[in-house]
Design a protein. Structure first.
Ligand SMILES: Nc1nc2c(c(=O)[nH]1)N[C@H]1C(S)=C(S)[C@@H](COP(=O)(O)OP(=O)(O)OC[C@H]3O[C@@H](n4cnc5c(=O)[nH]c(N)nc54)[C@H](O)[C@@H]3O)O[C@H]1N2
Ligand SMILES: Nc1nc2c(c(=O)[nH]1)N[C@H]1C(S)=C(S)[C@@H](COP(=O)(O)OP(=O)(O)OC[C@H]3O[C@@H](n4cnc5c(=O)[nH]c(N)nc54)[C@H](O)[C@@H]3O)O[C@H]1N2
Ligand code: SF4
Ligand SMILES: [Mo]
Length: 681
């Protein structure tokens, strides 16, 4: 593994935009990080988190040596100990007693991710967990059920003249299932060439750039969407197209029949004239681009809303069309040339302790993790680039469960709330210390691909995550690297080559484009050709049934607590303010009029309570937050919003998603006694 220190062109792997970066080095010290103007996708753009890449790499707390039960050990001793533990557990309890959790940084480390997948396959364990089931399982499920494959995650086409974005703030997040490099420029383009409507209970940075912002009552997007579908099926749908390409139109019509304008107004809290204007704008536009992000996929009505988003795009013949929704077939995977065998959304049996939950996409829902440990079904967990304590509901219960494991093996770059509980902490190479491609599973989302070598040699005694996993596997008798390669003899470039070639793509083409390649020319109409039986399944019965159950009736009084991202951290990463001049803070943001009524001032200590738990935090008056809404960011361990969610109640039955936004909540000033205790000394 000879890192090529001469290179300074790379890309950021903190979020799925994978912006091109130029890293200036003085020896092995990063002196400057800037956007790569020559990157054909990000064209010089780099957000504050990407610019913090150097500070993140040089973080004073970086993990340098393996630590086994609190004691630093050399690699051989640490891996021998961990693999002996795994061997014992497998022998006594079978392979399902060994589980994996793949987190955000695990998905974004291409070699580590493939090694984890192959390790899982070799062990034949069913106990696989990832952030998928606490993020956007609704989007994957809708894609699979309606079009036959869960990876069909479209985004608004560059040339769209009418974009409707629900529950996303790409200016901050850079998109979700579909990434947006240079989000502000793209959003401005959409707004200037047509209309951009944003639906969000907050007037977000994205809403500021929109031609119209609809301040919806949290948790009611399905009512807005059902109303639009109802009216468009009356006038505006392309019936000729539907006759040729879709099944279930009449079932959809019946399912949304009760969502009249009156009902939509009553449930969403939006004004009648705004709903009429939106409908009129869609009818005028003809071709549209409707998309959802986590503000929708975290809701109780997530599946239904995503389904109706698909229905809107299909009935207007906008899916898979220029100026509508673009499905990126991937630069390497080239889905348009090699279609897949269609799937129909039938789940596999769930985890034994939670038989009511489904297994999908080879995973159990994260909501079952603590129960599986408590039940004794899971005795070891390998965490790859994740921090489950700040990601999964009821963190205290989860922490207690993780402590009961015989083995908790965590590959990470810095100490976290999860490494604090680990029996084995394995220090991983960070972004600048390892080679990468844009991870294979995501190329349909990202707008191109790129190969980067490692820019600097690993500091301390850090090793790549793929190496951790391959070494553990080797000790258990499995050769998990491509061609059975020896982890100590193979180079990262060779591994990347084999992974790319396994898709049928040409690695040399990537090597010859150090600044990356973009997906141009774009392909349209390819999903339609690959549809099961050549037709969109417009009315999957499970979604129809869920819509019928969602009939909310008139809104309940009280607050709703909502989720949302912040600019300078990714989930729990960088929440300590690394690289930021003004760090993000975990505040409870509320509308000033609500604050006035409750006599809450800026900076007051408040307590937010849902039926699952309560959280103490500091109040912040923010007129961008709509009335009745409490906005609390995610990712902070000390002020962990996962305390307000549940792994048992408010679980979606089709995906196992814990509801994470629009939860009914109470807001109160903290008791004076608590205030006195918590006043800083
Ligand atoms: N209540 C509530 N819950 C939520 C959410 C919410 O909004 N509200 N959001 C949900 C969503 S969308 C997600 S994706 C999850 C996030 O859940 P996670 O993905 O588990 O959270 P992260 O904090 O991103 O964890 C990434 C970990 O990887 C480590 N890391 C960074 N770089 C590297 C590397 O190069 N190699 C390795 N091995 N490790 C690295 C980081 O230090 C960090 O510990 O949380 C979910 N849970
Ligand atoms: N800066 C930054 N970027 C990130 C991350 C990060 O932590 N920080 N995390 C990454 C990850 S893991 C993910 S999954 C993506 C997420 O990407 P996005 O889904 O775009 O995430 P947000 O920016 O939080 O946008 C969600 C929006 O939904 C709104 N919302 C909440 N509840 C509702 C509701 O009931 N209805 C509607 N209509 N809107 C609602 C919120 O106010 C918020 O503005 O971002 C990725 N990028
Ligand atoms: S948007 Fe920011 S965090 Fe995401 S890849 Fe680009 S620079 Fe990195
Ligand atoms: Mo996420």
């Amino acid at each position: 593994m000879e890192p090529e220190t001469s290179h300074s062109i790379t890309f950021c792997r903190l979020c799925p935009s994978w912006c091109g970066a130029v890293v200036d080095l003085d020896g092995t010290t990063v002196t400057r990080v800037r956007g790569d103007e020559a990157n054909p996708v990000s064209r010089g753009y780099l957000c504050p988190k990407g610019r913090a890449m150097g500070a993140w790499h040089h973080h004073p707390d970086r993990l340098d040596v393996p630590i086994v039960r609190g004691t630093p050990l050399d690699w051989n001793a640490a891996l021998d100990d961990a693999s002996a533990g795994l061997r014992r557990i497998i022998d006594e309890h079978g392979p399902d007693a060994v589980g994996f959790f793949i987190g955000t940084a695990g998905w974004f480390d291409s070699l580590g991710k493939v090694a984890a997948q192959r390790f899982i396959q070799a062990l034949e364990t069913a106990s696989v967990y990832s952030t998928r089931t606490i993020d956007n399982p609704a989007s994957l499920l809708a894609a699979e059920v309606i079009a036959g494959h869960p990876a069909l995650l479209p985004g608004p086409d560059d040339d769209a003249r009418f974009v409707l974005w629900l529950g996303g703030n790409p200016v901050v997040s850079h998109g979700h299932s579909y990434s947006l490099s240079m989000p502000s420029a793209q959003l401005r383009k959409w707004a200037s060439q047509g209309e951009l409507w944003v639906v969000d209970p907050r007037r977000t940075e994205t809403a500021e750039l929109a031609t119209r912002h609809l301040e919806i009552r949290a948790g009611t997007d399905h009512a807005l969407l059902a109303f639009l579908v109802r009216e468009l099926l009356e006038q505006g749908a392309d019936y000729q197209y539907l006759a040729a390409y879709a099944d279930g139109v009449e079932t959809v019509r019946a399912a949304v029949a009760s969502f009249t304008l009156d009902r939509a107004v009553a449930e969403t809290g939006l004004r009648r004239e705004d709903l009429e204007a939106l409908l009129g704008a869609i009818r005028r536009a003809g071709r549209i681009a409707v998309t959802e992000s986590t503000g929708v996929t975290f809701q109780a009505g997530a599946n239904v809303s995503v389904w109706l988003v698909w229905v809107l795009n299909i009935i207007t013949q906008s899916h898979d069309r220029p100026g509508g929704m673009f499905f990126n077939p991937g630069l390497l995977r080239r889905f348009h040339e090699r279609p897949w065998p269609p799937r129909d959304g039938t789940p596999a049996p769930g985890p034994p302790s939670r038989p009511e939950l489904p297994a999908r996409w080879g995973e159990y829902p994260c909501a079952a993790l603590a129960d599986e440990i408590e039940a004794g079904n899971l005795r070891a967990l390998v965490v790859v680039g994740g921090n489950p304590i700040v990601a999964i509901p009821q963190p205290r219960r989860l922490a207690a469960a993780l402590r009961k494991l015989d083995l908790l093996v965590v590959s990470d770059v810095i100490p976290t709330e999860t490494t604090a509980l680990a029996t084995h902490v394995l220090p991983s190479t960070g972004q600048l210390e390892r080679a990468d491609i844009w991870p294979i599973d995501f190329i349909h989302i990202t707008q191109g691909n790129q190969y980067t070598p490692a820019l600097v040699p690993p500091g301390g005694d850090r090793r790549p995550t793929w190496w951790h996993l391959a070494q553990l596997a080797k000790r258990l008798g499995h050769a998990i690297l491509p061609d059975g390669a020896d982890p100590d003899a193979v180079t990262e470039e060779h591994l990347a080559r084999r992974i790319v070639e396994s898709t049928g793509a040409d690695f040399d083409e990537l090597m010859q484009a150090p600044h990356g390649l973009s997906v141009e020319p774009r392909h349209y109409g390819w999903v339609e050709k690959a549809l099961p039986d050549g037709r969109w399944r417009l009315a999957p019965q499970p979604f129809v049934d869920q819509l019928a159950k969602l009939s909310a009736g008139p809104p309940q009084p009280g607050f709703r607590v909502i989720a949302g991202r912040q600019r300078r951290h990714v989930n729990s990463q960088l929440t300590d303010g690394t690289g930021a001049r003004i760090p993000d803070r975990p505040l409870a943001s509320i509308n000033p009029e609500d604050a006035e009524e409750l006599r809450i001032s800026d900076g007051d200590p408040v307590v937010v309570t849902t039926r699952h738990g309560s959280l103490r935090l500091t109040a912040h008056r923010d007129k961008r937050v709509s009335r009745g809404t409490i906005y609390i960011p995610h990712g902070f361990a000390g002020t962990n919003v996962c305390d307000l969610t549940s792994e048992h109640d408010d679980i979606d039955e089709l995906t196992g998603l814990p509801v994470m936004t629009a939860l009914p909540a109470d807001l109160a000033l903290q008791e004076p006694m608590h205030r006195a205790q918590e006043r800083p000394r």
